[in-house]
Ligand binder design. Structure first.
Ligand SMILES: *Cc1c(COP(=O)(O)O)cnc(C)c1O
Length: 493
């Protein structure tokens, strides 16, 4: 098979292997790593039809990660997609009414970040071995809630790694905090900082950029790495479930071979929907990619006008994982529609950095023909949860509801539509239950978990039982300007 190399969106002279891209995360010029071409699948849809999730994952990922051997890649896949998931299907496709919900929330933390963060640690350690890196990899993460827990669960007890997560002491929900402070594993640390999420993120960024600290760590056998969503090792595993979903539709007789379907994705950082686009470019019969935003509708405006403008009020919504004004993975799409021109891409990203805004040219706009943007207001999101529940008994979370609303508004009836369902309703129980019935408004979040179980007739996920029963393990706190000392203390240097 031909080797596939990765280039930076901001410098096409840079060329690295997949494992180097995974180890590095962000390119040194600040760009994102992209494959020099999107590979095609080398199996037919008919062959994909009967495959398990793990087999599908191998077929898709081997096309992107060409410097991994078959054994290495299969080992990563089987360690990631195992009994941590509460269903053998890993990502079940559920038909509700005439629409298909691709449930990506059956992993350890009941949200879709598990799909990639279960495998990233194994891809990272395999990449380290391959590149003769002997240092222990220390993952530093600042979190506003969800990513931290998914990263902790993914890295817990993975040999050759340690993980330290910082979260704002009073800036995450009680459930999110409990999820993190009860995390088991000999290599995990969780620290609450006295400050907000920006303080946590700046502190982590400063440590990554501190060359002196890097050298000191290296002398002690450690090196930092990040688990954030721009790592190609998170993007590639996300292509898998779109391929798997199409094969399931075919296998279940829901579509004819090569019948094109629309995909609707509730979007924040643009990683998940970009993975769906990659699946299309690999050869899966996908028609439109529909980008669903909440009231932070920067992307909706971008697809409509060609202007990306983050200069606007930031809205706190009931779908917090989509409360984002800079969708970092969009840079990979910009690069594609700029004709893979890294100078053009770099110039636009520079405009975004300095003025918070850029406008793409008409020829680039033409490259967006496969995409549609839509959004749901807070009211529409709640209304969608209630409506589908009344009609079918199916209960969805707030993020999924944003996509479900947009689907109803934009999908044309003639085509089948797959909605990426990104979180379990248990994770956002308060907003979900209030959407179903206003009278739950003042109720205690923990009491509502049982009500949700009765209303949805779905079992309480292990992740929820864990926070109700597990012991608190992590009690560390620190001031926002003492993060480096804290890390050194944890690592014993
Ligand atoms: C992260 C997240 C999203 C947004 O996904 P992106 O890849 O950042 O666009 C949507 N829903 C949930 C529940 C998430 O955790």
């Amino acid at each position: 098979m031909m080797d596939l190399y990765y280039k930076s969106t901001r410098n096409s002279d840079l060329k690295v292997t997949a494992s180097e891209a995974i180890l590095t995360g962000l390119a040194p010029d600040g760009g994102l790593f992209v494959p020099e071409r999107i590979p095609k699948l080398d199996v037919t849809l008919d062959e994909l039809k009967g495959m398990s999730y793990q087999e599908t994952a191998y077929c898709v990922m081997k096309q992107f990660l060409t410097d991994f051997t078959e054994d290495e890649l299969k080992a990563c896949i089987s360690k990631a997609y195992d009994s941590k998931f509460d269903t053998e299907e890993i990502a079940p496709l559920v038909k509700v009414d005439d629409t298909y919900y691709l449930e990506l929330f059956h992993g350890a933390t009941i949200a879709f970040k598990d799909m990639a963060l279960s495998i990233l640690p194994h891809l990272l350690t395999a990449s380290a071995k391959k590149n003769n890196v002997e240092n222990e990899i220390v993952i530093l993460t600042a979190t506003s809630g969800d990513t931290g827990k998914a990263a902790l669960a993914g890295f817990a007890d993975v040999e050759g790694t340690r993980i330290i997560v910082f979260y704002p002491k009073n800036g995450v929900s009680r459930i999110q905090e409990l999820q993190m402070v009860t995390q088991k594993g000999g290599n995990v640390d969780v620290v609450a900082i006295h400050g907000n999420f920006d303080n946590a993120q700046s502190g982590v960024k400063a440590m990554f950029e501190d060359k002196e600290l890097g050298e000191e760590l290296s002398g002690r056998g450690y090196q930092f790495s990040s688990a954030n969503s721009i790592n190609i090792g998170r993007l590639v595993p996300q292509v898998v479930y779109y391929v798997y979903a199409y094969a399931k539709l075919l296998d279940n007789g829901e579509v004819r071979e090569n019948e094109r379907v629309d995909i609707v994705v509730p979007t924040g950082n643009f990683g998940n929907i970009l993975a769906a686009y990659y699946a299309k470019l690999m050869g899966i019969p996908i028609d439109k990619l529909i980008c669903a935003s909440n009231e932070n509708k920067v992307l909706f405006d971008f697809f409509r006008t060609g202007v990306y403008d983050k200069n606007r009020d930031f809205v706190l919504t009931t779908s917090p994982s989509m409360d984002i004004l800079i969708s970092s993975n969009l840079e990979r799409l910009i690069y594609l529609i700029a004709g893979e021109d890294s100078d053009r891409t770099r110039a636009l990203m520079e405009e975004l950095r300095s003025g918070g805004r850029y406008e793409i040219s008409a020829d680039m706009k033409a490259g967006l023909a496969d995409f549609l943007g839509g959004y749901a207001s807070e009211e529409e999101t709640a209304e969608e949860i209630g409506r589908i529940y009344e009609k079918t008994g199916y209960v969805m979370d707030t993020h999924t509801a944003v996509a479900s609303h947009v689907c109803r508004k934009l999908c044309d009836g003639g085509k089948k539509c797959v909605i990426a369902s990104t979180a379990s309703p248990y994770k956002f129980v308060k907003s979900v239950m209030t959407a179903i019935d206003r009278s739950y408004e003042g109720k205690d979040e923990f009491a509502l978990l049982e009500t949700l179980r009765d209303v949805s007739k779905t079992p309480m996920p292990q992740a929820i039982k864990d926070i109700l029963e597990a012991d608190i393990i992590h009690r560390a706190e620190c001031d926002a300007d003492k993060m480096e000392e804290t890390v050194k203390g944890i690592l014993g240097i």
